[in-house]
Design a protein around this ligand. Structure first.
Ligand code: ADP
Ligand code: MG
Length: 242
């Protein structure tokens, strides 16, 4: 579904990604972890063509992200992205946040978009907040709206970049629960997170990045249950967060 082949990227003279290769199969949940500044956000942004890369290839469901002629807006509309900061449209109601792109990008009727929005809001437990504005919701509620908004586009995969790290601790689980459900339903997911409980529960694989490189790419049981086989850098990281 998502394939990185020898991807390298520079910001000016600074190499932020070095020869990153990995493949995420349909229905797989891959957690990406690693120290701050290791390139996790950059890696997932390249998959969505939010950041260009200079070397290598990225393929999304058979489409080459970097190839000339690829319809990037169309590609982006097929990949759901949820960021650390919720990035909802503050001047639009929850309902409008969920329907806007469905109507503008997918060409759905207002009624069809609203029906889909209602179903998704129910699924993330926010039916009673449909007419509110983002500022009237808690951080955890806003993040669940952001997930519902991404799902409204019927994405083929979902990318999450530290979706719970800006939340107050008591709100982390309500967001993780939605993500766990999504994983169990078979959504293809790439999740940058330090929530190792989530990783243990639903990840098929764990990627560990350091200094722009994929240092570890293994099954979650290998990652957590055979720590002696991990690289020193991964061990050091794990010792700090577990
Ligand atoms: P992570 O998500 O793992 O914390 P990032 O992908 O955000 O790491 O950043 C990786 C490195 O790239 C960091 O050293 C960061 O300072 C640098 N970086 C990120 N964005 C830019 C940018 N727009 N211009 C220059 N350097 C950047
Ligand atoms: Mg980041």
């Amino acid at each position: 579904m998502i394939e990185f082949k020898h991807v390298s990227k520079w910001y000016g003279a600074f190499q932020v990604l070095t020869d990153c290769s990995t493949t995420i199969q349909k229905g797989e949940v891959v957690v990406v972890c690693g120290p701050s500044g290791s390139g996790k956000s950059t890696l997932i942004k390249t998959a969505n063509a939010l950041e260009p890369f200079q070397e290598g290839e990225i393929w999304i469901d058979g489409v080459s992200v970097g190839a000339k002629g690829t319809d990037l807006p169309k590609l982006r509309s097929r990949i759901g992205m949820v960021f650390q900061h919720f990035e909802l449209f503050p001047h639009l109601s929850v309902m409008q946040n969920l329907t806007l792109a469905q109507v503008k990008v997918l060409g759905r009727s207002q009624a069809e978009a609203a029906e889909r929005a209602r179903a998704l809001l129910e699924r993330v437990g926010l039916s009673e907040h449909i007419e509110k504005f983002p500022g009237q919701l808690s951080g955890g509620q806003q993040q669940r709206v952001a997930i519902a908004r991404a799902l409204a586009m019927d994405p083929i995969a979902m990318l999450f970049d530290e979706p719970t790290s800006a939340l107050d601790p008591e709100m982390v689980n309500e967001v993780l629960d939605v993500m766990v459900d999504l994983a169990k339903e078979g959504m293809t997911m790439m999740v940058v997170t330090h929530e190792m409980g989530f990783a243990r529960k639903v990840a098929d694989r764990v990627i560990f990045m350091d200094a722009g490189q994929i240092v570890e790419d293994c099954t979650q049981s290998e990652f957590f249950e055979n720590p002696e086989q991990r690289s020193d850098r991964a061990k050091q990281f794990l010792s700090k967060i577990l």
